[in-house]
Design a protein around this ligand. Structure first.
Ligand code: HEC
Length: 138
């Protein structure tokens, strides 16, 4: 490694760590694929195969999102996938959730029941669901 490579590598790492989280406005305007890349790929992998850089740090297995339909016998369960990503309405009987509750991450209303916000969050999750549908294999 050349003598200057170490500080340069350290600097680019610092920049990557400080990359700003996209604002809510940016997010609402992104396509499903773009949202996936900025919010989901760290765990689920660039191609959705469950092999993102953060996956080894998580206690439980990070699922391969390209085989959801295959695991469900061939049919992509869009509604379940929507609810899982949202997470606001799921009350797991046991255990905790290792994935962020995106329904609340996207939400910015004053009250929990703001209809405009609910529609906006649903539309954002809908784009993610359609993106996941588009990457199903087998
Ligand atoms: C911090 C890591 C992490 C991030 C970031 C993450 N997930 Fe997950 N995801 C998981 C884990 C772990 C599971 C397994 C279930 C659990 O723990 O909740 C999971 C489960 C899922 C499932 C259920 C898969 C199945 O087979 O039923 C879907 C769908 C999903 N994630 C979509 C997404 C989407 C879309 C995003 C981005 C908006 C995302 N995830 C971001 C860790 C993550």
């Amino acid at each position: 490694m050349k003598f200057w490579a170490v500080p340069v590598a350290a600097m680019s790492l610092t920049f990557a760590a400080c990359a700003p989280m996209p604002t809510q406005r940016d997010l609402s305007q992104m396509s499903g694929a773009e949202m996936y890349e900025s919010l989901c790929a760290s765990c689920h992998g660039a191609r959705g195969e469950g092999d993102g850089p953060v996956a080894p740090l998580i206690k439980i297995h990070v699922p391969d999102l390209t085989r959801i339909a295959q695991r469900e016998g061939g049919e992509f369960p869009a509604e379940d996938v929507h609810r899982t990503i949202d997470g606001r309405f799921d009350r797991p009987a046991h255990g905790s959730r290792d994935m962020p509750v995106w329904g609340w991450q996207f939400y910015r209303g004053e009250t929990a029941n703001d209809p405009g916000e609910r529609a906006r969050v649903d539309a954002m999750i809908g784009k993610l669901v359609e993106y996941l549908r588009s990457i199903q294999k087998g």
